[in-house]
Design a protein around this ligand. Structure first.
Ligand code: NOJ
Length: 560
């Protein structure tokens, strides 16, 4: 397996709207990010993935782009952006930009033209169809509730939008559209960026004829994923994108890919295939969803998590590469979901961090994760801002009469706004995020959980992340070592061994509040064991044949 800088890197995701406001308008901005680069340098990360900062009417917080080459006014100007890149590079931090090209905004100049007439030169940049028997062209459901089609009176046709009505899907069948995208990518690459995170990039090729999907009982619209995820031409498009836009630049790419499995991921990330370097797969973040989808709550079980991660670790062992994440701007906070955000917040956040950084793959830290930020529970639906939440609430509660309390519980557990409350910088008003009124309320726990407190406390989650990142730089076993389970059936302990160039690393993680006993398998008994990192005080000379683990304890040993 080849060595690559992006395999060794630790990536930090910034969701700019919620990171740091510099001008008091309540919205995070580019100057705010610049003011925190030293903080990120101190943490030790190598790369920043910046969620979209392009011109956008903000129907979906920047994931609806109206000008791919312009900066959103609330965030600053292109001069600010140029300064950001320069200041990052000065500090040795790389920048990857979000590439959102499954859809644009309906306010993009291409769509404004496209909807004007059926023979407009831009008509075919989007996916227009006639209705079927006075209904939508097919029964697909939008990822943000309701039909995936919107009727446009002006030309009496429907356009496809897999997300909101203000996010029409681009027509990748059209070679002219594809060339425009590649040109736009080169515009940013020539500015010196270090790569792209590609938004729902495995949705860009739709099955010919856009057939109806199977309708689940009692539902008006059907999840159409089988007809647009990993579609028939997806590999051709990605190879073409590589050839026409990416080749010739030393950059990294990560494709966000809902519905991708291991076999498909090998094709996307196989080194010789020249598609993308790694994918964000969704298997582990779907484990706590029932048959009704994301809002249909199920408990998250460690044993399912272990099966899933093990499948991916082993599946991409020799071919391809894994990305490692436990949360991002679309997912609940990881400590609330996989750990315990009350009594054992510190311990479980550190245990999960140990997990993330000792697996094989490239770790992604989502802003605030290094502080152990938690989910939020707003009492009123009016305090929520996310279009996915608001559309779902309207459909389920207002239109279909489902129980308000039950839906609020789903929002508290799974809503995307959990991850989007502002970063808690200190214990001053609004957590030091803004001097104005924040666009979304700060989590009320900011007095206790904030960066100022964490930086001043050598035992904080922040300092633990810093240490893990340092260790990863010094120990290639953390990046390149193989992965094999220990005690594969234990109900509470998730343990594994990594091996690389004659070294071994033993990782013990207690995913419970209990005190289960780790038992070292005989074949690992030989060799001197050195405590590498742990989230509790531990005696490094302790014999580890049997170890009683404390609640959410993580211990890693190096065997020499
Ligand atoms: C995935 C992004 O991460 C999410 O935030 C967005 O709403 C959808 N794609 C649509 O762009």
């Amino acid at each position: 397996m080849s060595k690559q800088w992006w395999k060794e890197a630790v990536i930090y995701q910034i969701y700019p709207r919620s990171f740091k406001d510099s001008n008091g308008d309540g919205i995070g901005d580019i100057q705010g990010i610049i003011s925190k680069l030293d903080y990120l340098k101190e943490l030790g990360i190598d790369v920043i993935w910046l969620s979209p900062v392009y011109q956008s009417p903000n129907d979906d917080n920047g994931y609806d782009i109206s000008d791919y080459r312009g900066i959103m006014d609330e965030f600053g100007t292109m001069t600010d952006w140029d300064q950001l890149l320069q200041e990052m590079h000065q500090r040795g931090i790389k920048l990857i930009m979000d590439l959102v090209v499954n859809h644009s905004s309906d306010e993009h100049a291409w769509f404004v033209e496209s909807r004007k007439s059926k023979d407009n030169p831009y008509r075919d940049y989007y996916i227009w169809r006639e209705g079927k028997d006075g209904q939508e062209p097919n029964n697909w459901e939008s990822c943000f509730s309701g039909s995936a089609w919107q009727y446009d009176e002006h030309t009496e046709e429907y356009f496809l939008h897999l997300f909101s009505k203000k996010q029409p899907d681009l027509n990748w069948e059209n070679p002219k559209l594809r060339e425009e995208i590649y040109d736009m990518m080169k515009f940013w690459l020539d500015k010196g960026i270090d790569g792209f995170r590609m938004d729902v990039i495995n949705f860009i090729s739709k099955v010919d004829g856009l057939p109806d999907a199977e309708l689940p009982e009692g539902r008006k619209y059907a999840p159409g994923g089988d007809y647009y995820m990993n579609g028939p031409k997806i590999h051709d498009y990605l190879q073409e994108m590589h050839e026409k836009a990416l080749s010739g630049y030393d950059v990294m790419t990560v494709g966000e890919m809902p519905g991708v499995d291991v076999e498909e991921a090998k094709l996307y990330t196989g080194q010789d295939r020249k598609e993308v370097n790694m994918v964000f797969q969704f298997e582990h973040v779907d484990l706590d969803s029932g048959p009704g989808g994301k809002w249909d709550l199920r408990p998250m079980k460690m044993t399912d998590l272990r099966n899933s991660f093990t499948k991916w670790q082993k599946g991409l062992e020799h071919e391809g590469w894994n990305s490692l994440y436990l949360n991002n701007h679309d997912q609940p906070r990881m400590v609330s979901r996989f750990g315990d955000d009350r009594e054992y917040r510190m311990e479980s956040a550190k245990m999960l961090a140990t997990f993330l950084h000792t697996l094989k793959g490239t770790p992604y830290i989502y802003q605030g994760e290094e502080l152990g930020m938690t989910n939020v529970r707003f009492n009123s639906i009016n305090d929520y801002k996310d279009i996915e939440i608001l559309n779902m609430y309207r459909e389920k509660v207002i239109e279909n009469g489902e129980e308000h309390d039950k839906i609020m519980e789903s929002i508290h557990v799974k809503g995307r706004d959990n991850a989007r409350t502002p970063i808690q910088w200190d214990d001053s008003e609004h957590g030091g995020f803004t001097t104005g009124t924040p666009w979304i309320q700060v989590n009320p726990n900011y007095k206790e959980i904030n960066a100022k407190q964490a930086m001043g406390d050598p035992d904080s989650i922040f300092h633990y992340y810093k240490k893990l990142i340092e260790l990863r730089k010094e120990n290639p076993i953390m990046v390149y070592g193989s992965y094999d389970l220990i005690m594969p059936d234990h109900p509470e302990i998730y343990a594994y061994v990594r091996e690389y160039e004659g070294q071994k690393m033993i990782v013990m993680l207690n995913f419970s509040v209990g005190t289960p006993v780790f038992e070292l398998p005989e074949e690992l008994e030989d060799g001197r064991k050195e405590l590498f990192i742990s989230n509790y005080e531990a005696d490094s000379s302790q014999d580890i044949k049997q170890v009683e683990l404390r609640p959410y304890e993580a211990r890693v040993y190096l065997v020499k």
